[in-house]
Every structure is written in structure tokens, then in C-alpha cells.
Design a protein around this ligand. Structure first.
Ligand code: NCD
Length: 427
């Protein structure tokens, strides 16, 4: 079976390839990338003229809610939402019910995703049992079951001695620690601690809560040799710390969520609970710093933090609604917006959605690239295509996004996993 993607604008940061060309896929692998490939009778052809062709996106951070919260999303609807957004590889978060803290749940998630057959689901598992911060999970067994990383996402362990042991164990069994870096005692509130929280008289979440946790994580990585990845960075202080740690040669990486690139704390006034997320949307200065850091490489990649919640859960006052927003559907439009404003290059857009997260997850050079001989996970997207994010098009079970109902620019047209078309846009 051969698939020829013809005439697209190919962007592959891994080999500095940028320009019009053809891509041939045979038996699930990239077999040729070249300026022109002749059409043969046995080939299925996708006309990609006017579109960008790139390695498919890799998401290190998504909540698929399965098992336990399947009224919000499940592995099937989450897989559909992922490929809609151009993602073929997804790391799921462990705040399920029961928590993803044992091998049986990791195996269930992988098997269910394989049965759905759209994405490569790579579960993360909890650092502590029940994400309660008291007792470490069995890292090596979780790894054997297929977990790729460890995180208590939604919270972070507060016992530094326990966390040091966690970093040591993770280093021993070659697992990545991912951290929701917000010290709980300083982040009991519901939005950024600042002028809007003061105006509304609602408790805020301090930017210091993030900086202190990131400082802790960086130095723990230094003394243990573990690899740590900071999830959903929201504040400029984190960027300063990340830069410092990277200069010191510490094994640390970081991601930003598309919502933090597009919105600030002011969004709470317009969208209410729909704009509630942890860590919270912060100030315009933070937003600009995050964009610059992403463009320059201090922040390594995008993590969508796709966090579905049912309408009746979000439709509550700010202090009672759960935090989180959809991410898969808006990741590409968010980056296309930055590209349109001249804030990032097209190469960097592809890098932060694909090559860089693949590297962080040790999936590169098999994924995150269009090199000949590698797995044919490919995304084809139109930088100019306008579409409305509404019920008709949304594959997710939930619609909790400030962008729901709005016109967005930048649309995935095809998503290909291992040479098979797993999503195509019907306009
Ligand atoms: C996450 C969720 O909904 O699971 N929400 C969020 O605001 N990011 C959990 C979390 O990281 O707090």
C-alpha cells in the first residue's frame, strides 16, 4: 500500500527541509522525500498543494478521563479529538478514577487506544499512590506496563524527601518526571493572584507557587541526575528559572499550553469559569514572555493540557467549577496565530508541536521527523483555512473552551498514522 502526498509545502525541522515537495509512504514508513516523485498506478495520491506537510504532532500532556470520568471524555472521543488536531501520539495524565497508579490501568489504557486505532497512547502514571503525595508507586513495573512518564498532575508532591527519592528512582529506571509545578499551599485560589482576583474578591493563585516548585524541581534534578519536564508553564519567573537551569546543564525541559499563549487573566471577566485553568491565565507580560521563550527555545514544546469537563460542571461559579480547557482543537490555530503575527517561524511551529516533544519523550528519531525509513506519522494542514469551532465539528465529548463558537484560522486537513489516514477534514 503506497500513499503519495503531493505538492505540499514540506516542513521538517529534523532535516532542515522546507519547501515544496512530495512525500511517499509505503508499508507505514516514509519511503521517500523529494522535490518530485512520479505517480505510479498503485499509489493513492493526496493533493497537498497549498498546505503544509509536517511530522504529525506529539502531545506530552492530555487528560483523556478514562477510566472514571468518561462523561467528560474517553479514550475513543479523546483519540478523535487528538487526530482532529493533528496529534497521533498522546501522553495521557493519571488523574483518572481509579488513579493511573498501577500497571493494570496503564495496560487497559494502551489496549483501549489500540482497539480504537487512531492514536499511539502513551500513558503517564502517578508518582504517588492515589496522587496523595504519601507513598511512591512502583516505577519500574509501571514502565514495564508501558508508562512513559511519571506525574501527579493536578497537584505536586509536597514532601521533598519523598520527591527526592522519586527523582532517584526515576533516574534509575530511566523515566521522565513531569511536574505540575505549583506548591499547593500557595495555590488554593481559582485565578491569577493579581488585579482581577482583587477586583472579584476571589482568592488567587500566586505566581510564587509556580516559581518555588520549579526551583525545587530543578535542584532535585541536579542532585539526582533525573530528567524533569515542567508542565503548563504560566509565569515569567518560570522562564527565568528554566533558562538558568538549562545554562547550568541540568536535565530540564518545559511546555506551554496554547491557552496561556492566547489569553490573560482578563479572560475571566469575559468567559467566567470557562477561563478557569490551573495554573491560571496570568498577565500580558507573562503571555509575551511565554511566547518569546517558546520562539527562542527556552520553553521546549507545546503541551495541550487538553482538560475536558462537562457543561454542567463548568457552568458553576468560579470558585466551584473545575479548572481546565480543551486543548487538542486549538493548538494549531493558536500557533498559526503567532506565526501570522510574525512571532514564531513555521519551522519552530512544527518543532514545538512535533520534533521537540518527540525528543523529550525519547520517541525521536522514529517520530517527530519525516526522515526516510521512519514511522509515517504525518500531518497536513492549511495555514489559511477558517473554520468554526462548534458542535457540528467537535469530536470531543466536552466543549469547555473560551474559543467554542468562534471562528479559528489554521485547520488540520489530514492526519496520517503509520501510513493510514486517521482523520480527514470534510469542508
Ligand atoms: C486539569 C484537569 O482538569 O484534569 N486541569 C487544569 O486546569 N489543568 C488538572 C490540573 O492540571 O490541574
Amino acid at each position: 500500500m503506497a500513499l503519495l502526498i503531493k505538492g505540499g509545502y514540506i516542513v521538517d525541522p529534523s532535516q532542515n527541509w522546507e519547501g515544496i515537495g512530495d512525500l511517499l509512504i509505503e508499508d507505514g514508513k516514509i519511503s521517500k522525500l523529494s522535490k518530485e516523485i512520479k505517480v505510479e498506478p498503485q499509489m493513492e495520491v493526496i493533493d497537498a498543494r497549498g498546505c503544509v506537510v509536517a511530522p504529525a504532532f506529539v502531545d506530552p500532556h492530555a487528560h483523556l478521563r478514562d477510566p472514571g470520568f468518561t462523561h467528560k471524555e474517553d479514550i475513543e472521543s479523546g483519540s478523535k479529538a487528538a487526530v482532529f488536531g493533528g496529534f497521533t501520539t498522546v501522553v495521557s495524565m493519571p488523574n483518572t478514577n481509579p488513579e493511573t497508579d498501577n500497571p493494570a490501568i496503564v495496560e487497559y489504557q494502551i489496549l483501549k487506544a489500540q482497539k480504537v486505532g487512531l492514536i499511539r497512547l502513551l500513558p503517564s502514571a502517578a508518582i504517588t499512590k492515589g496522587r496523595k503525595g504519601k507513598e511512591l508507586t512502583e516505577f519500574c513495573q509501571l514502565k514495564k506496563a508501558g508508562a512513559v512518564a511519571l506525574t501527579d498532575d493536578g497537584t505536586t508532591p509536597t514532601d521533598e524527601a519523598l520527591l527526592r527519592t522519586a527523582f532517584e528512582w526515576a533516574a534509575d529506571c530511566g523515566m521522565l518526571i513531569m511536574d505540575h509545578a505549583e506548591i499547593p499551599a500557595l495555590s488554593r485560589g481559582h485565578l491569577n493572584e493579581g488585579k482581577i482576583s482583587a477586583l472579584l474578591g476571589i482568592e488567587g493563585r500566586s505566581r510564587g507557587a509556580e516559581a518555588i516548585a520549579v526551583a525545587r524541581d530543578g535542584y532535585l534534578a541536579q542532585i539526582t541526575g533525573a530528567r524533569v519536564h515542567i508542565q503548563h508553564i504560566s509565569a515569567k519567573e518560570t522562564v527565568e528559572l528554566l533558562k538558568l537551569f538549562k545554562e547550568k546543564g541540568i536535565n530540564i525541559t518545559g511546555e506551554v499550553n496554547p491557552n496561556h499563549l492566547l489569553l490573560t487573566e482578563e479572560a475571566i471577566l469575559k468567559y467566567g469559569s470557562l477561563a478557569k485553568v490551573n495554573p491560571p491565565l496570568r498577565t500580558e507580560e507573562d503571555r509575551k514572555t511565554l511566547i518569546e521563550a517558546l520562539a527562542e527555545g527556552i520553553i521546549d514544546c507545546i503541551g495541550t493540557d487538553h482538560a475536558p469537563h462537562a457543561p454542567w460542571e463548568k457552568d458553576k461559579p468560579l470558585d466551584q467549577a473545575p479548572p481546565g480547557m480543551l486543548g487538542f482543537q486549538i493548538a494549531l490555530p493558536a500557533l498559526v496565530k503567532l506565526y501570522g503575527e510574525g512571532l514564531i517561524t513555521l519551522k519552530r511551529l512544527v518543532e514545538v508541536l512535533s520534533t521537540s516533544p518527540a525528543e523529550i519523550l525519547n520517541l525521536y528519531p522514529e517520530l517527530g521527523t519525516l526522515k526516510e525509513g521512519t514511522t509515517a506519522d504525518v500531518v497536513i494542514f492549511d495555514l489559511k483555512k477558517e473554520w468554526i469551532f462548534n458542535e457540528e465539528i467537535n469530536p470531543s465529548k466536552s466543549k469547555n473552551s473560551p474559543f467554542f463558537g468562534q471562528k479559528l484560522v489554521g485547520k488540520v486537513i489530514y492526519t496520517v498514522k503509520e501510513g493510514k489516514i486517521v482523520y480527514s477534514y470534510k469542508s
